[in-house]
Design a binder for this molecule. Structure first.
Ligand SMILES: Nc1ncnc2c1ncn2[C@@H]1O[C@H](COP(=O)(O)OP(=O)(O)O)[C@@H](O)[C@H]1O
Ligand SMILES: [Mg+2]
Length: 382
Protein backbone atom coordinates (compact mmCIF):
# COMPACT_ATOMS: atom_id res chain seq x y z
CA UNK A 1 0.00 0.00 0.00
CA UNK A 2 1.44 3.35 -1.05
CA UNK A 3 -0.01 6.60 0.29
CA UNK A 4 1.02 9.82 -1.43
CA UNK A 5 1.37 12.89 0.78
CA UNK A 6 2.41 16.47 0.10
CA UNK A 7 1.22 20.05 -0.31
CA UNK A 8 -1.31 20.95 -3.01
CA UNK A 9 -0.01 21.23 -6.54
CA UNK A 10 3.38 19.54 -6.01
CA UNK A 11 2.48 16.59 -8.21
CA UNK A 12 0.98 13.94 -5.92
CA UNK A 13 -1.67 12.84 -8.40
CA UNK A 14 0.85 12.73 -11.22
CA UNK A 15 3.39 10.75 -9.20
CA UNK A 16 0.64 8.40 -7.99
CA UNK A 17 -0.26 7.62 -11.60
CA UNK A 18 3.40 7.10 -12.54
CA UNK A 19 3.88 4.74 -9.58
CA UNK A 20 0.74 2.91 -10.64
CA UNK A 21 2.22 2.28 -14.08
CA UNK A 22 5.56 1.21 -12.60
CA UNK A 23 3.89 -1.30 -10.28
CA UNK A 24 1.61 -2.60 -13.03
CA UNK A 25 4.60 -3.14 -15.30
CA UNK A 26 6.16 -5.50 -12.75
CA UNK A 27 2.98 -7.58 -13.17
CA UNK A 28 1.61 -6.70 -9.77
CA UNK A 29 -2.13 -6.35 -10.07
CA UNK A 30 -2.36 -2.65 -9.23
CA UNK A 31 -5.19 -0.33 -8.22
CA UNK A 32 -4.84 3.43 -8.33
CA UNK A 33 -7.20 5.60 -6.29
CA UNK A 34 -7.05 9.13 -7.65
CA UNK A 35 -8.77 12.10 -6.11
CA UNK A 36 -8.45 15.10 -8.41
CA UNK A 37 -6.73 14.12 -11.63
CA UNK A 38 -6.28 16.90 -14.17
CA UNK A 39 -8.56 16.63 -17.16
CA UNK A 40 -5.83 15.27 -19.37
CA UNK A 41 -4.70 12.70 -16.84
CA UNK A 42 -8.30 11.62 -16.44
CA UNK A 43 -8.59 11.09 -20.16
CA UNK A 44 -5.28 9.26 -20.23
CA UNK A 45 -6.51 6.86 -17.55
CA UNK A 46 -9.89 6.53 -19.23
CA UNK A 47 -11.73 7.81 -16.15
CA UNK A 48 -15.07 9.18 -17.29
CA UNK A 49 -16.81 9.73 -13.99
CA UNK A 50 -16.21 9.25 -10.29
CA UNK A 51 -16.93 5.79 -8.93
CA UNK A 52 -16.47 3.34 -6.10
CA UNK A 53 -14.59 0.52 -7.75
CA UNK A 54 -11.39 0.70 -9.78
CA UNK A 55 -11.90 -0.15 -13.45
CA UNK A 56 -9.38 -2.05 -15.50
CA UNK A 57 -7.44 -0.08 -18.07
CA UNK A 58 -7.59 -1.93 -21.34
CA UNK A 59 -4.73 -4.11 -22.41
CA UNK A 60 -4.43 -2.03 -25.59
CA UNK A 61 -4.11 1.21 -23.63
CA UNK A 62 -1.36 -0.21 -21.41
CA UNK A 63 0.52 -1.74 -24.34
CA UNK A 64 0.34 1.54 -26.26
CA UNK A 65 1.95 3.22 -23.27
CA UNK A 66 4.82 0.74 -23.46
CA UNK A 67 3.95 -1.55 -20.56
CA UNK A 68 4.62 -5.27 -20.85
CA UNK A 69 1.74 -7.53 -21.94
CA UNK A 70 1.16 -8.98 -18.46
CA UNK A 71 0.62 -5.55 -16.87
CA UNK A 72 -2.62 -5.07 -14.93
CA UNK A 73 -3.75 -1.66 -13.79
CA UNK A 74 -7.15 -0.48 -12.54
CA UNK A 75 -8.01 3.09 -11.62
CA UNK A 76 -10.84 4.94 -9.95
CA UNK A 77 -11.63 8.58 -9.34
CA UNK A 78 -13.04 8.95 -5.83
CA UNK A 79 -16.79 9.58 -5.52
CA UNK A 80 -17.03 11.09 -2.04
CA UNK A 81 -20.79 11.16 -1.61
CA UNK A 82 -21.33 7.67 -2.98
CA UNK A 83 -18.54 6.37 -0.73
CA UNK A 84 -20.26 7.69 2.40
CA UNK A 85 -23.64 6.32 1.31
CA UNK A 86 -22.07 2.98 0.64
CA UNK A 87 -20.43 2.96 4.04
CA UNK A 88 -23.81 3.58 5.67
CA UNK A 89 -25.53 0.98 3.48
CA UNK A 90 -23.01 -1.65 4.53
CA UNK A 91 -23.44 -1.11 8.25
CA UNK A 92 -24.82 -4.08 10.14
CA UNK A 93 -28.16 -4.07 11.91
CA UNK A 94 -31.49 -2.55 11.15
CA UNK A 95 -32.20 -1.58 7.52
CA UNK A 96 -34.63 1.10 8.72
CA UNK A 97 -31.80 2.79 10.65
CA UNK A 98 -29.63 2.86 7.55
CA UNK A 99 -32.45 4.30 5.43
CA UNK A 100 -33.16 6.92 8.02
CA UNK A 101 -29.53 8.05 8.08
CA UNK A 102 -29.33 8.20 4.29
CA UNK A 103 -32.50 10.28 4.03
CA UNK A 104 -31.43 12.70 6.76
CA UNK A 105 -30.61 16.12 5.38
CA UNK A 106 -27.97 16.79 8.04
CA UNK A 107 -26.19 13.62 6.99
CA UNK A 108 -26.35 14.58 3.31
CA UNK A 109 -24.84 17.98 3.91
CA UNK A 110 -22.24 16.45 6.15
CA UNK A 111 -21.13 13.97 3.50
CA UNK A 112 -20.98 16.66 0.84
CA UNK A 113 -19.67 19.70 2.65
CA UNK A 114 -17.60 18.71 5.63
CA UNK A 115 -14.05 19.62 4.69
CA UNK A 116 -12.60 16.32 5.86
CA UNK A 117 -15.15 14.11 4.16
CA UNK A 118 -12.97 13.54 1.09
CA UNK A 119 -10.16 12.37 3.32
CA UNK A 120 -12.38 9.90 5.14
CA UNK A 121 -13.89 8.67 1.90
CA UNK A 122 -10.41 8.04 0.46
CA UNK A 123 -9.42 6.12 3.57
CA UNK A 124 -12.59 4.08 3.46
CA UNK A 125 -12.00 3.17 -0.15
CA UNK A 126 -8.42 2.20 0.57
CA UNK A 127 -9.50 0.08 3.52
CA UNK A 128 -12.08 -1.80 1.48
CA UNK A 129 -9.77 -2.58 -1.37
CA UNK A 130 -7.19 -3.78 1.12
CA UNK A 131 -9.78 -6.07 2.72
CA UNK A 132 -10.88 -7.50 -0.61
CA UNK A 133 -7.35 -8.62 -1.44
CA UNK A 134 -8.07 -8.55 -5.16
CA UNK A 135 -5.07 -6.31 -5.81
CA UNK A 136 -1.39 -6.82 -5.02
CA UNK A 137 -0.66 -3.11 -4.83
CA UNK A 138 -2.84 -0.18 -3.81
CA UNK A 139 -1.79 3.37 -4.52
CA UNK A 140 -3.79 6.19 -3.01
CA UNK A 141 -3.53 9.85 -3.83
CA UNK A 142 -4.67 12.33 -1.14
CA UNK A 143 -7.20 15.18 -1.41
CA UNK A 144 -5.98 18.56 -2.65
CA UNK A 145 -7.03 20.65 0.32
CA UNK A 146 -6.09 18.16 3.00
CA UNK A 147 -3.11 18.97 5.13
CA UNK A 148 -0.90 15.88 5.19
CA UNK A 149 -1.37 15.54 8.93
CA UNK A 150 -5.12 15.69 8.57
CA UNK A 151 -4.90 12.60 6.45
CA UNK A 152 -2.65 10.76 8.91
CA UNK A 153 -4.77 11.67 11.89
CA UNK A 154 -8.19 11.26 10.31
CA UNK A 155 -9.11 7.81 11.67
CA UNK A 156 -7.84 8.51 15.19
CA UNK A 157 -9.62 11.86 15.16
CA UNK A 158 -12.92 10.27 14.26
CA UNK A 159 -12.53 7.59 16.90
CA UNK A 160 -11.75 10.32 19.44
CA UNK A 161 -14.77 12.25 18.32
CA UNK A 162 -17.00 9.23 18.88
CA UNK A 163 -15.41 8.67 22.28
CA UNK A 164 -15.99 12.14 23.72
CA UNK A 165 -18.50 12.37 26.50
CA UNK A 166 -20.58 14.99 24.73
CA UNK A 167 -21.11 12.61 21.87
CA UNK A 168 -22.36 9.83 24.08
CA UNK A 169 -24.86 12.20 25.54
CA UNK A 170 -25.86 13.30 22.06
CA UNK A 171 -26.36 9.81 20.84
CA UNK A 172 -28.92 9.08 23.52
CA UNK A 173 -32.39 9.78 22.14
CA UNK A 174 -34.01 12.71 24.00
CA UNK A 175 -36.96 12.03 26.28
CA UNK A 176 -38.46 15.49 26.67
CA UNK A 177 -39.05 18.50 24.42
CA UNK A 178 -36.65 20.59 26.54
CA UNK A 179 -34.10 17.84 26.19
CA UNK A 180 -34.53 17.92 22.44
CA UNK A 181 -33.76 21.64 22.25
CA UNK A 182 -30.68 21.29 24.46
CA UNK A 183 -29.57 18.32 22.49
CA UNK A 184 -29.93 20.19 19.20
CA UNK A 185 -27.85 23.08 20.51
CA UNK A 186 -25.24 20.68 21.80
CA UNK A 187 -25.13 18.85 18.48
CA UNK A 188 -24.56 22.04 16.56
CA UNK A 189 -21.84 23.18 18.95
CA UNK A 190 -20.12 19.84 18.94
CA UNK A 191 -20.07 19.69 15.19
CA UNK A 192 -18.79 23.23 15.00
CA UNK A 193 -16.04 22.56 17.54
CA UNK A 194 -14.88 19.14 16.49
CA UNK A 195 -15.27 19.40 12.76
CA UNK A 196 -13.80 22.83 12.32
CA UNK A 197 -14.67 23.63 8.78
CA UNK A 198 -18.13 22.21 8.63
CA UNK A 199 -20.32 24.81 6.99
CA UNK A 200 -23.64 23.01 6.70
CA UNK A 201 -26.69 24.83 7.93
CA UNK A 202 -29.14 21.94 8.09
CA UNK A 203 -31.95 22.39 10.54
CA UNK A 204 -30.96 21.40 14.04
CA UNK A 205 -33.77 18.90 14.28
CA UNK A 206 -32.17 16.99 11.42
CA UNK A 207 -28.88 17.04 13.28
CA UNK A 208 -30.58 15.72 16.37
CA UNK A 209 -32.32 13.01 14.45
CA UNK A 210 -29.08 12.10 12.76
CA UNK A 211 -27.22 11.75 16.03
CA UNK A 212 -29.91 9.72 17.71
CA UNK A 213 -30.21 7.37 14.73
CA UNK A 214 -26.47 7.10 14.23
CA UNK A 215 -26.12 6.28 17.91
CA UNK A 216 -27.20 2.76 17.07
CA UNK A 217 -24.21 2.17 14.85
CA UNK A 218 -21.60 4.13 16.78
CA UNK A 219 -19.77 1.03 18.02
CA UNK A 220 -19.41 -0.31 14.53
CA UNK A 221 -18.11 2.98 13.17
CA UNK A 222 -15.54 3.28 15.95
CA UNK A 223 -14.32 -0.19 15.24
CA UNK A 224 -13.98 0.64 11.56
CA UNK A 225 -11.99 3.83 12.13
CA UNK A 226 -9.67 1.89 14.43
CA UNK A 227 -9.06 -0.68 11.73
CA UNK A 228 -8.36 2.04 9.15
CA UNK A 229 -5.80 3.53 11.55
CA UNK A 230 -4.34 0.03 11.83
CA UNK A 231 -3.96 -0.20 8.05
CA UNK A 232 -2.07 3.13 7.92
CA UNK A 233 0.41 1.92 10.51
CA UNK A 234 0.79 -1.62 9.15
CA UNK A 235 4.33 -2.44 7.96
CA UNK A 236 3.04 -3.05 4.42
CA UNK A 237 1.87 0.56 4.15
CA UNK A 238 4.50 3.00 2.94
CA UNK A 239 4.18 6.74 2.63
CA UNK A 240 5.56 8.58 -0.37
CA UNK A 241 6.16 12.28 0.24
CA UNK A 242 6.06 14.52 -2.80
CA UNK A 243 7.62 17.97 -2.70
CA UNK A 244 9.21 20.58 -4.92
CA UNK A 245 12.74 21.91 -4.47
CA UNK A 246 12.01 25.31 -2.90
CA UNK A 247 13.64 25.80 0.50
CA UNK A 248 10.29 26.31 2.21
CA UNK A 249 8.80 23.13 0.75
CA UNK A 250 11.87 21.11 1.67
CA UNK A 251 11.61 22.41 5.24
CA UNK A 252 7.95 21.37 5.29
CA UNK A 253 8.95 17.94 4.05
CA UNK A 254 11.55 17.58 6.82
CA UNK A 255 8.85 18.33 9.36
CA UNK A 256 6.52 15.84 7.76
CA UNK A 257 9.22 13.15 7.92
CA UNK A 258 9.45 13.90 11.66
CA UNK A 259 5.67 13.61 12.01
CA UNK A 260 5.67 10.23 10.29
CA UNK A 261 8.39 9.03 12.63
CA UNK A 262 6.56 10.30 15.68
CA UNK A 263 3.52 8.30 14.59
CA UNK A 264 5.65 5.24 13.78
CA UNK A 265 4.48 5.31 10.18
CA UNK A 266 6.73 3.99 7.47
CA UNK A 267 8.33 6.38 5.00
CA UNK A 268 8.98 4.68 1.66
CA UNK A 269 10.32 7.50 -0.48
CA UNK A 270 10.61 11.23 -0.92
CA UNK A 271 10.06 12.49 -4.45
CA UNK A 272 11.44 15.93 -5.26
CA UNK A 273 9.37 16.90 -8.26
CA UNK A 274 9.79 19.60 -10.90
CA UNK A 275 13.46 20.15 -10.23
CA UNK A 276 14.77 22.14 -13.20
CA UNK A 277 14.98 20.34 -16.55
CA UNK A 278 15.99 16.81 -17.41
CA UNK A 279 19.62 17.72 -17.99
CA UNK A 280 20.00 19.44 -14.63
CA UNK A 281 18.15 16.61 -13.00
CA UNK A 282 20.39 13.87 -14.37
CA UNK A 283 23.53 15.88 -13.58
CA UNK A 284 22.39 16.03 -9.97
CA UNK A 285 21.45 12.35 -9.87
CA UNK A 286 24.93 11.51 -11.17
CA UNK A 287 26.36 13.42 -8.24
CA UNK A 288 27.71 16.52 -10.02
CA UNK A 289 26.28 18.99 -7.55
CA UNK A 290 29.26 21.27 -7.26
CA UNK A 291 29.99 21.91 -10.91
CA UNK A 292 27.36 20.70 -13.28
CA UNK A 293 29.23 21.07 -16.54
CA UNK A 294 26.46 22.40 -18.62
CA UNK A 295 25.93 25.25 -16.17
CA UNK A 296 29.59 26.18 -16.56
CA UNK A 297 29.00 26.31 -20.30
CA UNK A 298 26.66 29.24 -19.79
CA UNK A 299 29.41 31.81 -19.22
CA UNK A 300 31.21 30.75 -22.40
CA UNK A 301 27.95 30.79 -24.29
CA UNK A 302 27.14 34.29 -23.09
CA UNK A 303 30.55 35.52 -24.16
CA UNK A 304 30.02 33.97 -27.53
CA UNK A 305 26.72 35.70 -28.17
CA UNK A 306 27.96 39.09 -27.00
CA UNK A 307 30.93 38.99 -29.38
CA UNK A 308 31.47 41.28 -31.18
CA UNK A 309 29.85 44.22 -29.30
CA UNK A 310 27.54 46.09 -29.24
CA UNK A 311 24.81 43.76 -28.01
CA UNK A 312 21.12 44.34 -28.57
CA UNK A 313 18.58 44.56 -25.75
CA UNK A 314 17.20 41.19 -26.83
CA UNK A 315 20.61 39.66 -26.38
CA UNK A 316 21.03 41.31 -23.01
CA UNK A 317 17.74 39.76 -21.93
CA UNK A 318 18.86 36.36 -23.13
CA UNK A 319 22.12 36.66 -21.23
CA UNK A 320 20.31 37.73 -18.08
CA UNK A 321 17.97 34.80 -18.46
CA UNK A 322 20.81 32.33 -18.83
CA UNK A 323 22.64 33.65 -15.77
CA UNK A 324 19.40 33.66 -13.80
CA UNK A 325 18.75 30.07 -14.81
CA UNK A 326 22.25 29.09 -13.78
CA UNK A 327 21.95 30.73 -10.39
CA UNK A 328 18.55 29.25 -9.60
CA UNK A 329 19.51 25.77 -10.71
CA UNK A 330 22.73 25.88 -8.73
CA UNK A 331 20.91 27.09 -5.65
CA UNK A 332 18.28 24.38 -5.85
CA UNK A 333 20.91 21.73 -6.47
CA UNK A 334 22.72 22.78 -3.31
CA UNK A 335 19.50 22.80 -1.32
CA UNK A 336 18.69 19.32 -2.48
CA UNK A 337 22.20 18.10 -1.73
CA UNK A 338 21.87 19.41 1.84
CA UNK A 339 18.46 17.82 2.17
CA UNK A 340 19.85 14.52 0.89
CA UNK A 341 22.71 14.59 3.42
CA UNK A 342 20.32 15.07 6.36
CA UNK A 343 17.99 12.49 4.98
CA UNK A 344 20.45 9.76 4.09
CA UNK A 345 19.45 6.16 4.54
CA UNK A 346 15.91 6.60 5.79
CA UNK A 347 14.15 5.88 2.52
CA UNK A 348 14.61 6.42 -1.20
CA UNK A 349 15.10 9.95 -2.42
CA UNK A 350 14.24 10.52 -6.05
CA UNK A 351 14.30 13.55 -8.31
CA UNK A 352 11.94 14.29 -11.15
CA UNK A 353 12.52 17.03 -13.73
CA UNK A 354 10.08 19.61 -14.95
CA UNK A 355 8.74 17.96 -18.07
CA UNK A 356 5.23 19.08 -18.90
CA UNK A 357 5.12 17.13 -22.14
CA UNK A 358 5.38 13.85 -20.26
CA UNK A 359 2.87 14.37 -17.52
CA UNK A 360 -0.41 14.02 -19.34
CA UNK A 361 -0.27 10.85 -21.37
CA UNK A 362 0.41 7.30 -20.28
CA UNK A 363 3.48 6.79 -22.41
CA UNK A 364 5.09 9.94 -20.97
CA UNK A 365 4.08 8.99 -17.45
CA UNK A 366 5.49 5.53 -17.91
CA UNK A 367 8.78 7.20 -18.82
CA UNK A 368 8.55 9.18 -15.60
CA UNK A 369 7.86 5.93 -13.76
CA UNK A 370 11.11 4.60 -15.23
CA UNK A 371 13.01 7.55 -13.76
CA UNK A 372 11.47 6.84 -10.36
CA UNK A 373 12.32 3.16 -10.30
CA UNK A 374 15.80 3.53 -11.84
CA UNK A 375 16.87 5.96 -9.16
CA UNK A 376 15.44 3.68 -6.51
CA UNK A 377 17.38 0.67 -7.87
CA UNK A 378 20.53 2.71 -8.30
CA UNK A 379 20.29 3.77 -4.68
CA UNK A 380 19.80 0.20 -3.47
CA UNK A 381 22.95 -0.86 -5.31
CA UNK A 382 24.97 2.02 -3.98
N1 LIG B 1 7.39 17.15 -13.18
C1 LIG B 1 6.42 17.88 -13.73
N2 LIG B 1 6.66 18.61 -14.83
C2 LIG B 1 5.69 19.36 -15.38
N3 LIG B 1 4.43 19.43 -14.93
C3 LIG B 1 4.13 18.73 -13.83
C4 LIG B 1 5.09 17.91 -13.17
N4 LIG B 1 4.49 17.32 -12.11
C5 LIG B 1 3.21 17.75 -12.11
N5 LIG B 1 2.99 18.59 -13.13
C6 LIG B 1 1.72 19.27 -13.47
O1 LIG B 1 1.35 20.07 -12.36
C7 LIG B 1 -0.07 20.06 -12.18
C8 LIG B 1 -0.39 19.63 -10.75
O2 LIG B 1 0.01 18.29 -10.59
P1 LIG B 1 -0.82 17.28 -9.69
O3 LIG B 1 -0.19 15.95 -9.82
O4 LIG B 1 -2.27 17.38 -10.01
O5 LIG B 1 -0.52 17.89 -8.24
P2 LIG B 1 -1.23 17.56 -6.84
O6 LIG B 1 -1.98 16.28 -6.99
O7 LIG B 1 -0.11 17.48 -5.84
O8 LIG B 1 -2.12 18.73 -6.56
C9 LIG B 1 -0.63 19.13 -13.25
O9 LIG B 1 -1.08 19.90 -14.32
C10 LIG B 1 0.58 18.30 -13.68
O10 LIG B 1 0.50 17.89 -15.02
MG1 LIG C 1 -3.93 15.93 -6.65
Amino acid sequence: VLVLLGAGGVGKTTVAAALGLAAADTELNTALITIDPSRRLRDALGLRKPGLRPKKLSHARLCAAGLRPGARLSAVMLDVKAMWDDLVEHLNGDAAVRQRILANSFYRRFAEQFAGSETYAALEQLYRLDQEREFDTLIVDTPPAAHALEFLDAPARLTRLLNTRGVHWLFKPPRTAGGLVRLAGQAARLVAEQLEHFTGSAALSHATDFFSTAGQVIGELKDRFDRIAGLLSAPRTKFVLVTTAEAQRLAQTRRLIGELKARRLCLGAVVINRFADERACSALIDGCVQKPLYLEEIAALCELISEPPPITSGMRKLIEYLYGYREQTQERAEQIARFARDFSGEASLVLLPESPAKMNDLRGLFGVAGMLTDQHKHERHA
